[in-house]
Structures are given as structure tokens and as C-alpha cells.
Design a protein around this ligand. Structure first.
Ligand SMILES: Nc1ncnc2c1ncn2[C@@H]1O[C@H](COP(=O)(O)OP(=O)(O)OP(=O)(O)O)[C@@H](O)[C@H]1O
Ligand SMILES: [Mg+2]
Length: 310
């Protein structure tokens, strides 16, 4: 299957969300890899707008959930509702039964709620009481997190971060882009573009095509070396390295990036470009790194410098 429809979608989204091409590409790569995304960025940087635009561009049911300290797991999964007329219980599905879910400010809800979401992400299944429901093949969670105002938040445990294929960060636009955003919004918020949405079938076919993208053994070796280098850092700057899930994620995401670019083979730059979004949330900086004010982004850069690129 050719990637023209996805390239067109990428352009449509880039026209609606100005100056955030990495965010847009990351969302599409995750969609192509059956993966989930965590987006970190200050308020007002078009995180919600980007996910809504993606939702509008797909033939899929979209829902947004604002995570708050009083949210309950049943607010996500749904619950059995009692019908007094006949004394029966009928299951009322919650927002997790949609295809694309925007979990806004995921770190504002307590661990029980987060784990209801993360379980659905990992197992493609929701259990309420004694019954389990399989989720549809298209089930993508995009969670957002605000790096400032950490007070009163519940940071996601490291083990659960691993379930996100990519962690994307969004930064402030340049003054020129800010002006373009202002002009774009002159007459108010633009509704998302709903022209020719991608069907679920198209998404599934594209996912299959991505799996067929070729990767030379020396590039597979490169991915393994990058991930393994995170586990045996000689300077002890990394307390915990990345898991095999990172290896699989990096290989699949690199294939998706190649396919989106219209190639049927991976080049080293596909891997290098995705190392940061795939690895940054899976490395834990050590005390030594904290003392030198090195964050996980710098540690991934260090790995890219250290491991020879084929
Ligand atoms: N790069 C951009 N291109 C187009 N519009 C933008 C861009 N950045 C911000 N905006 C506009 O700014 C406003 C805020 O965007 P949005 O609500 O998506 O932010 P957010 O990142 O979700 O914020 P919060 O963290 O508070 O939820 C919207 O009107 C959006 O259209
Ligand atoms: Mg938002």
C-alpha cells in the first residue's frame, strides 16, 4: 500500500498546527505502529488541538478525558448500571471504548485511575467486575503532561512509562510562527479539517505495509547496541536502562518513519531521529546525572554519540 494518503494527512495536520512537525509526525508514526503517545509541554502549545485534528482526520470515535484527582477508574472503563424495572445490571461503556483517547493531564489522577488506563493500553482489554471486553484493533491513547506545576500531581511510575511507544515534547513557537498562529486564529478557532478521513481499513493496511519495510541486519544490530548501551553506561549516569520493549519500539517506529517518507527500507537516520522519542522516557538518570544536571534527553544524545552509526 502506498503512503500517499498518510503523507496527505501529514500535510493537512501541519497546515492546522503550525510549526510542530515533529509532534504531527510522532502522532502518525504511533498510529502506524499501533502505539501510544505521551506528550509533554507547557499549556497552550496545541497539544489538544493536534490530537483533535488527528481524531477528525480518522473515521474513528474520539474522546477526551480530563484527568483530575477525583476521577475514578469506572469513569474511564464504564460500569454496570442497575435497572430497577427488571432488577438487571446493564453495562454502560466508558470513554476507553473509543478508538482515539486523549487523556489530558494524566499525572493529575491517582495511581488507580492511571493503571486502569495503562492496563487497557498494554492488554487491549478492559475488565469490569467479572467480565472482560476486547478493545478494537484501532485503540490509541494520547496522554498529555504539563512539566510545570508538579505540585499535587501523581507522576507516572517508570514501569508504566515504558508502555508509551513515544514521548514527544512540544516547545514554544518562534515569534514568526506565533504571528502566523495569531493570523490563522483571526476569526476564532478553526474547526478541524474533516475532508476524506482515513478509514480503519486504511489504517490496518498501512500498519501491515509498515511491517514489510526492510531493515538491514547491521541496522538491527545498531538498535540493539543503542539500547544495550543504556544498560551499561561506564559513567554510571543512567540508573536504569531501556527494556526490550524499547528495542522493538525503535525498530517498528523507524520502519514507520521510512514508510511515511515513501521508502521501503530503513536508513540509519530513521533510527537516529526516533532514538530520542522512543528512549527518553525509558532511561532513569542517576544521582550523578542529576548532580551534573543531565536529563534523559542529554543521556540519549550521549548514547547516540557513543555508539558508532553504521
Ligand atoms: N502551533 C499552533 N498552531 C495553531 N494553533 C495553535 C498552535 N499553538 C497553539 N495554538 C492555538 O492555541 C490555543 C491553545 O491550544 P490547545 O488548547 O491545543 O493547547 P494545549 O497544549 O492543549 O494546552 P493545555 O496544556 O492547557 O491543555 C488553541 O486555540 C490553538 O488553536
Ligand atoms: Mg489541552
Amino acid at each position: 500500500m502506498p503512503s500517499a494518503r498518510f503523507q496527505q494527512l501529514k500535510e493537512t495536520l501541519n497546515r492546522q498546527i503550525l510549526g510542530q512537525p515533529d509532534l504531527i509526525e510522532g502522532l502518525l508514526i504511533a498510529l502506524l505502529c499501533d502505539g501510544h503517545v505521551l506528550i509533554e509541554g507547557a499549556p497552550g502549545l496545541a497539544k489538544t488541538r493536534a490530537v483533535k485534528a488527528l481524531g477528525a482526520a480518522l473515521e474513528a470515535r474520539f474522546s477526551r478525558v480530563q484527568f483530575t484527582p477525583d476521577l475514578l477508574p469506572a469513569d474511564l472503563t464504564g460500569s454496570e448500571v442497575f435497572h430497577p424495572q427488571d432488577g438487571s445490571f446493564v453495562f454502560q461503556p466508558g470513554p476507553l471504548f473509543h478508538h482515539l483517547i486523549l487523556a489530558d493531564e494524566i499525572n493529575r489522577a491517582p495511581a488507580k485511575v492511571q493503571s486502569a488506563l495503562l492496563e487497557a493500553m498494554a492488554e487491549h482489554q478492559i475488565t469490569v467486575g467479572k467480565k472482560s471486553w476486547r478493545l478494537p484493533p484501532l485503540f490509541m491513547v494520547v496522554a498529555t503532561q504539563n512539566p510545570i506545576e508538579q505540585e499535587g500531581t501523581y507522576p507516572l511510575p517508570e514501569a508504566q512509562l515504558d508502555r508509551f511507544l513515544l514521548k514527544l515534547t512540544v516547545n514554544y513557537p518562534t515569534p514568526a510562527l506565533e504571528l502566523a498562529i495569531l493570523q490563522q486564529h483571526r476569526f476564532g478557532e478553526l474547526p478541524p479539517d474533516r475532508d476524506q478521513p482515513l478509514t480503519q481499513d486504511e489504517v490496518q493496511r498501512a500498519r501491515k505495509a509498515v511491517l514489510k519495510v526492510a531493515m538491514q541486519p547491521r541496522l538491527e544490530q545498531y538498535i540493539v547496541e543503542l539500547v544495550c548501551a543504556s544498560r551499561e553506561d561506564p559513567d554510571r549516569l543512567i540508573a536504569y536502562g531501556a527494556s526490550p520493549r524499547a528495542t522493538l519500539g525503535l525498530s517498528r517506529a523507524a520502519r514507520a518513519k521510512a514508510w511515511l517518507a515513501g521508502r521501503d527500507y530503513v536508513v540509519p537516520d530513521d533510527i537516529r531521529a526516533l532514538a530520542l522519542p522512543v528512549l527518553r522516557h525509558r532511561l532513569l538518570p542517576s544521582y550523578q546525572a542529576d548532580a551534573r544536571q543531565l536529563g534523559s534527553d542529554e543521556l540519549v544524545d550521549m548514547l547516540l554519540d557513543r555508539v558508532p552509526c553504521p
